[in-house]
Design a protein. Structure first.
Length: 365
């Protein structure tokens, strides 16, 4: 059709039930190049086409309650007017684009509802011009949010089509859950060199165990160990450690147990407080072992674990809930020092406390 479609006429036999084409929640409008469709419980369906982007429509069920079967025995004209909604959403998108472009973010290639990786206008992606900015426009075009994942930058923010500073259902800056794609190449990881292999050998950790757990090092002159965090074999996070025990992690990644894939089929699991503890347990024959991602606290700060919506410190427990739910027993093998005892006490305040048994490990070798 040459003109924008605003209504459709089709024949409906008697006793035909009209139902709206379902659309996935929570957005009521999903961009598509197909026609506006109302589906019938009848094989004869007339489709109309449109020359402009239009939307799948979710109509209230009570729209058709007043239509009797007698009236449906003759041609029925159903009016579907979405021009106002199209204009409103086009206006919202234009406002968002104007606001983010004023900040230097080039969003022309971005698809609403998905995450895009762009050049950060603040740090320019560093020397390698890495696309380190994770950028997202909501599916309903009401807001946009972003974060740069370069350690030297970390620029983050969100804007809205209207003038509100906060959009219901969207977490504030520090709690925005971005989806970030990681690769060994993007993190500049390489196999362990002789110096770090010797470091692990002195701790009785073999090359076989290191390779199985994808322990690597950061390329460059500094000797930095990289403990890669994986879910179903995919790289989802990375924690770094120097020989003199300085630690840091990749920001904006999913928090999970280290060694999560090792407990996929386990009925009983062991939780330790560090990656090297997990590797040492594996050398001792305990393959059903995982490590917490953030080590042990200095003191007990929680007597009861917050809900998943409010909890940030123990988010890895909620992210691994399915694994914890199915096991019959959880052994807490923390260090015998004060931080180790504090970690064990905090973990036993979790919903899985009935499954937990506390133990102690000797001090790290």
């Amino acid at each position: 059709m040459d003109k924008p479609l605003s209504k459709m006429t089709f024949e409906m036999p008697p006793h035909t039930r009209l139902r709206p084409t379902p659309s996935p929640p929570p957005s009521h409008f999903i961009p598509t190049r197909t026609s506006k469709i109302l589906s019938l419980d009848h094989p004869n369906l007339l489709l109309a086409s449109s020359s402009k982007p239009i939307f799948r429509i979710s109509l209230p069920k009570n729209r058709f309650h007043s239509i009797s079967h007698a009236r449906l025995s003759k041609p029925t004209e159903v009016i579907v007017d979405v021009e106002n909604e199209e204009e409103e959403e086009t206006s919202d998108l234009a406002k968002l684009k104007q606001k983010v472009e004023a900040l230097g973010i080039k969003s022309d290639s971005c698809i609403p509802g998905l995450y895009d990786h762009l050049i950060c206008p603040k740090c320019k992606g560093g020397r390698s011009m890495e696309k380190s900015l994770s950028f997202h426009i909501s599916q309903n075009w009401k807001f946009a949010m972003w974060r740069c994942f370069r350690l030297e930058c970390g620029w983050a923010g969100q804007v809205f089509a209207d003038n509100r500073k906060y959009f219901p259902g969207v977490r504030q800056h520090a709690k925005i859950n971005f989806s970030r794609s990681l690769t060994e190449k993007s993190l500049r990881l390489e196999p362990l060199g002789d110096e770090l292999l010797t470091y692990f050998a002195e701790r009785m950790i073999s090359n076989k165990t290191l390779e199985k757990n994808y322990v690597m090092q950061v390329a460059g002159d500094r000797k930095i160990i990289a403990f890669t965090y994986r879910r179903n074999g995919l790289l989802v996070g990375c924690k770094y450690r120097t020989v003199d025990k300085k630690f840091w992690q990749e920001k904006g990644t999913e928090k999970i147990f280290y060694g999560l894939d090792d407990i996929a089929d386990a009925d009983e699991i062991i939780i330790v407080e560090g990656e090297i503890d997990k590797l040492s347990m594996e050398e001792a024959g305990f393959l059903n072992c995982v490590s917490v991602p953030d080590g042990a606290p200095q003191t007990v700060s929680l007597t009861e674990l917050p809900s998943s919506e409010k909890d940030s410190r123990f988010q890895y427990l909620w992210n691994c809930k399915d694994y914890l739910d199915k096991v019959s027993r959880i052994i807490l093998a923390t260090d015998g020092d004060i931080p180790g005892q504090a970690l064990a006490e905090e973990l036993t305040s979790s919903p899985w406390k009935r499954k937990m048994l506390a133990s102690e490990l000797a001090e790290e070798r």
